[in-house]
Design a protein around this ligand. Structure first.
Ligand code: ADP
Ligand code: MG
Length: 646
């Protein structure tokens, strides 16, 4: 360590990379083209993600906060990342920790509020304290800090990403962008220099597990698939060990106080860390035994390996799923990267090697690798690094779409699309004289809107009345580099448009995402049947209405007896629509088609004759289009009108 450092007062602010972890956080910077973790005056790079709120309003972050956690469990927030983007009414929040919560008052946003002494704090505010501490650390080292790249788990949804960004801003950071943790790790390993390959990133931290399959093509990263579990990590190993310790002490779990739980978990973590190096660890219990139980305890590596097997098996499941989603077999992988403190555990390394059939890459400190990658990305974004461009592509974890007629989902951006991404689809009106559209934005894999997650609902009004199927609504979905969605809707004829940024009121955790995927598989067949029925009904309803209108308008063109035949076909179609058999509706629709074929032909001929008689071209187009409507299904799917359309 040098005693004297000379600062250039005019040196430009340095961009930083931040790994805002569930358990631990750290900040890194690129110096002399090398990424380095920034250390505090004690030489520690890792800042425990723990925030303590003292009785006089003082806020303590990191190691000192962690030390008082056992004594003040409610005023000391650990694993705040698990609460990011969650609603106050989310039942999970109660399960996650020993905290008390305030219920939001009327008009207050639906977010978690921790009650800490005389004040209430949100997860965004707690995270901002951690980020502020990291910023101070960076300022001590660099004097002037530029923008920051903050990493998030690949599975974070819109609300969780937004909350992370908000925390960054609250901490006074210019958030250059959010970066998926596994992508950051790949950058730290300089994988982009290999030009081509397929890699798996296995990240087992304290509280979250993420697996990502990355494909490198011509030096460009694409995240092929992601998977994981937001409630899986080293904390679970600590709990398994703590339970083992309680058994050794002969203590019933119910007899243990919250303070004792913390002491026990602290000891379990120390034992776990020691077991990474040693084959057996002897220690004194931090709590008294029950009755004549022993206070000297001992855990062997093989016993510990046994305790963590269920946890490892869970990671294996997520890995196999991610491989399947990416269409990759383990033997096709060019490398596996280990990320997260828990991958130091020998049983984890052995498991990963066996699972993927190759020795994982672990040269870079698995605790630092994400922050180092974030620093590299920050450096590149700030334009101070190498000139070569690194394109980072992440994926959308769940499909995004909108609700169309019949309550069916029309997918616009499918799951695992790389981001940033944009896609456009066109829709039309479902009813005659429909003057508005209801745009219902959905997330999920199910076929029916009711089974998906509703992200936003908005209406577009002011469309002049015209026949059903003539309006053309263009809907554009844009997901930016941070994974945030913006929906833009524009009616082409009138130019009426509207944009909404989708920030759901609270987020999904990995379990929910996983559950939604499983549900989609479980209900696959019935969903498709429901979708087919709903779509056929909408189409049949449209054709029936249009036929009735044409018959009323052009009765002069009907041949003798033709009206009765059409009426009978319409009545049969109505009966079929009321039923639940899509193929029957289709049959009756075909019958109606046959019954109206000649009539439709006569209408078409007349429309063309009128055209020749000198009407305006676009008028004719509309007439022809409308006449064709009886026969031909529209390509654009119809959107229902808003509930109170004028
Ligand atoms: P997160 O990304 O969730 O913040 P980290 O990547 O910092 O988490 O990993 C923290 C976890 O790693 C903790 O559960 C910690 O106990 C564990 N860990 C750190 N070092 C070791 C070690 N030497 N042996 C076993 N586990 C370790
Ligand atoms: Mg981590």
């Amino acid at each position: 360590m040098s005693l004297l450092e000379i600062f250039d007062p005019k040196a430009p602010p340095k961009p930083i990379g931040i790994d805002l972890g569930t358990t631990n956080s750290l900040v890194a910077v690129v110096k002399n083209e090398r990424p380095l973790a920034i250390r505090d005056c004690d030489g520690a790079a890792i800042l425990p993600s723990v925030v303590h709120y003292g009785p006089r309003g003082e806020v303590v972050v990191g190691e000192s906060a962690k030390r008082v956690a056992a004594e003040h469990p409610r005023e000391t927030i650990v694993s705040v990342k698990r609460y990011m983007g969650r609603g106050a009414d989310d039942p999970e929040t109660k399960r996650l920790g020993p905290y008390s919560f305030d219920t939001p008052k009327d008009g207050e946003p639906n977010v978690v509020r921790f009650r800490v002494g005389s004040r209430a704090v949100t997860p965004v505010e707690v995270s901002a304290e951690i980020l502020r501490a990291l910023k101070r650390l960076a300022e001590d080292e660099l004097r002037s800090v530029g923008g920051a790249v903050i990493t998030v788990p690949a599975y974070f949804d819109d609300a969780q990403r937004q909350a992370t960004k908000d925390a960054g801003r609250l901490a006074g950071l210019e958030v250059l962008r959010l970066l998926n943790e596994p992508t950051a790790a790949a950058l730290a390993y300089g994988l982009e220099k290999k030009q081509n390959g397929t890699f798996a990133v296995y990240d087992l931290g304290g509280g979250t597990f993420d697996v990502t399959i990355l494909v490198l093509e011509d030096g460009v990263f694409q995240v092929k698939s992601t998977g994981g579990d937001s409630a899986l990590g080293g904390d679970d190993m600590d709990r398994a060990l703590a339970e083992e310790m309680l058994r050794g002490l002969g203590r019933a779990p119910a007899s243990v106080t919250p303070g004792e739980v913390r002491l026990l978990l602290d000891m379990a973590r120390q034992v776990k860390h020691a077991l990474t190096e040693a084959e057996v660890v002897d220690f004194e219990s931090p709590l008294p035994p029950s009755g004549d139980g022993a206070t000297s305890l001992s855990v062997t590596r093989p016993r510990f390996d046994e305790l963590v097997q269920p946890l490892l098996a869970k990671t294996g499941l997520a890995c196999r799923r991610a491989l399947k989603d990416a269409g990759t077999r383990p033997e096709e992988l060019d490398g596996v990267i280990l990320v997260g403190g828990s991958t130091r555990v020998p049983a984890v390394r052995a498991y990963v090697a066996k699972l993927f059939g190759k020795e994982p890459l672990a040269d870079i400190d698995p605790d630092h690798v994400v922050a180092l990658g974030a620093a590299i990305q920050a450096d590149l974004l700030a334009g101070q690094g190498q000139t070569e461009e690194v394109l980072l592509l992440d994926v959308i974890p769940l499909s995004l779409g909108i609700e169309v007629g019949g309550g069916v989902v029309d997918r616009i951006l499918p799951r695992n699309t790389t981001t940033p991404a944009a896609a456009r689809a066109t829709y039309t009106t479902q009813e005659d004289r429909q003057t508005g559209f209801e745009i219902h934005v959905l997330q999920g894999e199910r076929e029916m809107a009711a089974d998906c997650r509703s992200l936003a609902r908005f209406t577009l009004r002011g469309i002049p009345p015209m026949p059903a199927g003539l309006a053309r609504l263009e809907v554009t979905f844009r997901v930016d580099a941070d994974g945030l969605l913006a929906v833009h809707a524009r009616e082409e004829r009138t130019g009426i448009e509207q944009t909404v940024e989708v920030k759901p009121s609270y987020g999904l955790d990995d379990d929910t995402v996983e559950q939604m995927l499983l549900d989609a598989i479980d209900h696959g067949e019935e969903d498709l049947a429901a979708r087919k029925l709903a779509e056929t009904r909408v189409e049949a309803g449209r054709v029936a209405a249009s036929t009735r209108k044409s018959v009323a308008a052009d009765s002069a063109l009907l041949a003798p007896g033709e009206e009765a035949t059409i009426d009978a076909a319409l009545a049969a179609l109505d009966v079929a629509i009321a039923g639940t058999d899509a193929s029957r509706i289709q049959l009756r629709l075909d019958d109606l088609d046959a019954a109206t074929k000649d009539f439709a032909g006569r209408r078409m001929n007349r429309a063309i004759a009128e055209a020749i008689a000198g009407h305006k071209l676009d008028e004719i187009e509309r007439t022809v289009e409308h006449a064709k409507g009886i026969e031909k299904a529209h390509e654009d799917k119809p959107l229902p009108p808003p509930p109170m359309s004028r």
